[in-house]
Design a protein around this ligand. Structure first.
Ligand SMILES: *Cc1c(COP(=O)(O)O)cnc(C)c1O
Length: 398
């Protein structure tokens, strides 16, 4: 039976129009340059505060040279999945170096962080098991929980008592707690030490997704774990991404050898996909070395974060309790966030407005990220532009 005109559930133009009217329509920028503090976009240069290239390694000459050299030695494509013939010497070396970097028995390289989180959750749990997650976890952790077929329970952000109630309320089966290390839209840290104690009390394991902590936190860049003095061993499974502080692409899981072997055997997003380009593994190995050796990048980043927060406080901006390079300025409605981002663009500054559903309704924000590629002058420039945009838009003041 034909649907009446205009009532089809396939009226995509209407759905898109509604998105636009609610200021939730997403647009992509197209960069004409490499990822850097200054990027070119639509023929104009911008000072950018929206990449996750925290250490400024995405276009680092040593990393670039390693990738080029890797292409000459190993070609472009891996040509097969890891369990067929796609696992090459650069992947193996990278896994060993990643394990050493985070102090784990073993590490396993995945194509992306999204796939790592889907793979870990579905390999370690099944129907009848339980996954408990912080409400502000990254979408890939949530989706991993959904895909696993385990029961998924979410607790209010950082609420340990609620997390424990969820664990206690489930008997039988495996129990997994998954959490971001550094929350990607707020920049604050998970109460990891307390979560580990909780996991030990209830025979649960913890999946720690440290996408925004690795390379950034800890004197040697070991991430949230180094920052808190915790080892990457049972009951912990660490997930790290390579497309953020390390400036390349891909991800890994690390932990006890038996957990990693279980992922090799059972993680479908590891098994049923082509291995990443071997040259990429070479580039990441170089990035790991630079990240470890050039401690000045983390020190500079720390100074830039402090400088931004002091300046933003002086301007009475609505900062969040973040000590990381993720410095959100909460402005409330999606429309206000967009207007502010636009005002900054007019001043030659690139900052993105993050809106629902990525963040809860009413907490739309400018998500400002700092990088070791920035200078103190860049931060001052941002503060000046933010100050005048806020004065003009009259928003975001406490
Ligand atoms: C970016 C991110 C991911 C996804 O990693 P990709 O390699 O980009 O797929 C997973 N978790 C968190 C917390 C992230 O910020």
């Amino acid at each position: 039976m034909a649907a009446e005109a205009g009532t089809s559930c396939w009226d995509l133009p209407a759905a898109l129009r509604q998105r636009r009217e609610q200021h939730l329509f997403r647009r992509r920028l197209t960069l004409d340059s490499a990822q850097a503090a200054r990027v070119s976009c639509g023929g104009r240069e911008y000072l950018s505060f929206c990449s996750n290239d925290y250490l400024g390694l995405a276009n680092h000459p040593v990393v670039v040279a390693a990738m080029v050299e890797g292409v000459h030695r190993f070609g472009v494509g891996a040509g097969a999945s890891h369990l067929v013939t796609g696992h090459m010497a650069p992947h193996q070396a990278l896994e060993e170096e990643l394990a050493a970097f985070v102090g784990a028995e073993r590490a396993l390289v995945f194509s992306t962080g999204y796939m790592a989180n889907l793979g870990v959750a579905s390999a370690l749990t099944d129907r009848g098991d339980l996954i408990v997650e912080d409400r502000l976890n990254h979408a890939s952790l949530i989706d991993g929980g959904l895909l696993s077929r385990a029961v998924l329970r979410r607790y209010p952000h950082g609420d340990l008592a609620a997390a424990e109630r969820a664990l206690v309320g489930h008997s039988g089966g495996r129990r997994l707690v998954s959490t971001d290390g550094v929350f990607s839209m707020d920049g604050d840290l998970a109460p990891l030490v307390e979560l580990l104690a909780l996991a030990r009390r209830h025979d649960a394991r913890i999946v720690l997704d440290d996408a925004h902590g690795l390379g950034v936190l800890g004197a040697a860049g070991g991430g949230t774990l180094e920052h808190l003095g915790v080892r990457a061993q049972s009951p912990l499974v660490l997930v790290g991404t390579l497309g953020k502080a390390f400036g390349t692409f891909g991800a890994f899981a690390a932990g006890d050898a038996d957990v990693i072997e279980t992922l090799v055997q059972q993680a479908r997003t590891y098994i049923y996909t082509t291995a990443p380009p071997p040259a990429l593994a070479e580039a990441t190995r170089a990035a790991l070395r630079v990240a470890r050796q050039e401690g000045w990048r983390r020190e500079l980043l720390g100074r830039l974060v402090a400088r931004f927060r002091a300046g933003a406080r002086a301007l009475e901006m609505n900062l969040m309790p973040s000590s990381t390079p993720i410095q959100p300025v909460v402005v409330g409605g999606a429309e206000r966030a967009l207007a502010l981002a636009r005002a900054l663009h007019e001043r030659g500054i690139l900052v993105v407005a993050i809106r629902p559903p990525t963040v809860p309704a009413g907490t739309a924000r400018l998500r400002i990220t700092l990088s070791a590629a920035h200078t103190e002058r860049d931060v001052d420039h941002l503060l000046g532009a933010l100050g005048s945009a806020l004065a003009r838009e009259g928003v975001a003041r406490r």
